[in-house]
Design a protein around this ligand. Structure first.
Ligand SMILES: NC(=O)c1ccc[n+]([C@@H]2O[C@H](COP(=O)([O-])OP(=O)(O)OC[C@H]3O[C@@H](n4cnc5c(N)ncnc54)[C@H](O)[C@@H]3O)[C@@H](O)[C@H]2O)c1
Length: 328
């Protein structure tokens, strides 16, 4: 059985997903791409040998369509996701799920009502490095969890200016990856969130932030996000347990007490290169979920939970106070 799929929003990540679906996943057939920018839709349709649309409603009218990938800016996701679910389509949505919990709750409820699967694009759960960490934890290698640190640092943005209105800002857009990773690795929920941030580059959003999270199992977590890592894209995790620690070393360094100096680089890999296999793996898993009616590894509920932590972090930064979950 082949799953007929369309991609809505074929900018940076949507184009990559469209290419993956058209060339790399046997059980998927890309039957259309949509972008409100007609030129972008035409260009990606020609690269992927499919049909271009400017309006997602036209794609949803196709009776052969089974599922969609939604990769538009977050402010526009809920309307599209709900319309897709209302026409019985399964949805893969890029992170974060929505800008607010009302929309996230409506998506969770509607997916149950319409009996369609929703998978959220937290691709780190499909990455070999993160999977290895999870495997060590599951096997009890480091005993009981005490602390997790998760880092996401982006190289300086190619074009200045981050549109907080439509992306939700750094906690939703960047750190929600780390919040999802922490929930997944720790296998527990966040209890209290404290965050701070600073605007160093003046690009319209906070660009250095920290989040401290008390987890329900009494472990602690810490997230560091930055939008101008001169040495390149960097995502790392350290997990400390009662019997040991799991470390991801940034540069080839295995001796204890090594000091590693990482300087500005002109060429570096970015997230598309770093996670290219994980992006493909998450879509393969989504197609498998649709085909075999299997619960996805990253559900709409997971998307909602990561969003709730991000919103709590935003609130904490603004109020300069710790914020308890669940949000009232
Ligand atoms: N998982 C990841 O690592 C990862 C990486 C990059 C982006 N993302 C997420 O993917 C989403 C898109 O990010 P991007 O960097 O690809 O953005 P982008 O701006 O490059 O692309 C978005 C595209 O959506 C189109 N669009 C906007 N509104 C639309 C609508 N109503 N209907 C159809 N098309 C519409 C735009 O014209 C644009 O081409 C964001 O939520 C972002 O956080 C996730």
């Amino acid at each position: 059985m082949t799953i007929n799929i369309g991609v809505i929003g074929v900018g940076l990540i949507g184009r990559f997903h469209a290419l993956t679906l058209s060339h790399e996943i046997e059980d998927a057939r890309l039957i259309g791409v949509v972008d409100s920018n007609a030129k972008v839709a035409e260009r990606v349709a020609s690269e992927t040998h499919t049909v271009a649309y400017n309006d997602y409603v036209k794609l949803l009218e196709n009776k052969d369509l089974d599922a969609v990938v939604v990769a538009v800016p977050t402010a526009f996701k809920p309307e599209i996701i709900k319309a897709a679910m209302d026409s019985g389509k399964h949805v893969f949505v890029e992170k974060p799920l929505a800008l607010d919990l009302k929309n996230a709750d409506e998506i969770v409820d509607l997916s149950k009502k319409r009996k369609v699967w929703v998978q959220v694009g937290y691709q780190r759960r499909f990455d070999p490095m993160y999977r290895k960490i999870k495997e060590y934890m599951n096997e009890g290698e480091i005993g009981d969890l005490i602390y997790i640190m998760s880092v996401t640092r982006d190289p300086p943005l190619p074009n200045p200016g981050v549109n907080v209105e439509i992306s939700g800002g750094i906690f939703l857009d960047t750190s929600s990856h780390d919040y999802d990773t922490i929930r997944w690795l720790a296998n527990t929920e966040a209890k209290t969130v404290m965050a701070q941030g600073s605007r160093v580059t003046g690009q319209g959003d906070y660009d250095v932030t920290t989040t401290t999270i008390a987890l329900s199992n009494n472990a602690m977590a810490y997230v560091d996000a930055c939008r101008f890592s001169a040495y390149g894209y960097d995502t790392r995790v350290e997990v400390l347990g009662t019997k040991g620690s799991i470390l991801v070393v940034p540069v080839n360094s295995s001796r204890s007490n090594d000091v590693v100096l990482v300087k500005k680089q002109d060429k570096y890999e970015w997230f598309i290169e770093r996670f290219q296999e994980a992006y493909k793996e998450e879509l393969r898993a989504f197609i498998d979920s649709v085909k075999n009616d299997k619960r996805p590894l990253v559900t709409a509920e997971d998307g909602r939970a990561a969003l709730e932590i991000a919103l709590a972090a935003k609130l904490s930064m603004q109020s300069r106070k710790a914020v308890d979950l669940p949000l009232g």
